[in-house]
Design a protein around this ligand. Sequence first.
Ligand SMILES: Nc1nc2c(c(=O)[nH]1)N[C@@H](CN(C=O)c1ccc(C(=O)N[C@@H](CCC(=O)O)C(=O)O)cc1)CN2
Length: 290
Amino acid sequence: MTDHPPPAAGFVLTLACADRPGIVAGVSRALAEAGGDIRGAQQFGDEDTGRFFMRVVATLPPDGEAAVRAALGTLGAEFGMRWRLSARGTPRRVLLLASRFDHCLADLLYRWRTGELRIEPVGVVSNHPRGSYPALDFGSVPFHHLPVGADNRAEQEAAVWRLFQDSGAEFAVLARYMQVLSDDLSAKLAGRCINIHHSFLPGFKGARPYHQAHARGVKLIGATAHFVTADLDEGPIIEQDVERISHADSPADLIRKGRDIERRVLAQAVRMFCEDRILLDGVRTVVFGD
Ligand SMILES: Nc1nc2c(c(=O)[nH]1)N[C@@H](CN(C=O)c1ccc(C(=O)N[C@@H](CCC(=O)O)C(=O)O)cc1)CN2
């Protein structure tokens, strides 16, 4: 009976460092010496920032992960590299936040249930009660009603942060959560909190972009998924899309058409995050698409 070696597992390596010769060679050697097999690689050198970014998909033999982590540790120290190695397809634990409008929350939960999005929702937070979502089935996902007003913003945010930590969430998604996060919470969630803004940024920031768009008479509307920073609607952009509209569209028409754009843009951004396709490049992102 022939012994078959255990199947090699799939991994994604992402890295960023100051650009200089030898990075790709070093990474390839580290993987090869650990028995790894590169299945795909994307890289980008940003001439503005002098930074280099890379995403590698590789298989590793069972004992290869420890070996490659050791080699990457050494390489990382030599090149001043930030790197991350994660098993492909591992669901990412996410805390979902929403306010009155539920279309993005409903869409993410559907894509999770159908297996399209490799997420594990660890909780839903809303500043509105559960009864505000009659159309939604949260199933086994815990729902947390955390009302917020001018008199309890700090306490409410402390509860959100405690939930994020206690649930073991890896990232958060503001799925039309209409509260501005404080500088403190924004900093704690830096690079791991994705917001969907219902306009094609940098146009029409704030809480009512569709009314602004209608008043301005634009011919395209859009949506923007971005990382949350303390500066409202200024975070590094992950994904955007637009749709043509006309003079005949009322604000209500724009809100209706915008929902579809918001849903697909947010879902794409969440998928890219879960597949380690997004790297921060200062105030911008590098997105290694599929
Ligand atoms: N620190 C940040 N927090 C949030 C961001 C962000 O970019 N940085 N994005 C928002 C989402 N958003 C637009 O996409 C947005 C949400 C809320 C408001 C706003 O003015 N809210 C008012 C209250 C409105 C209400 O209660 O309905 C407020 O907070 O005083 C503007 C833009 C999520 N958080």
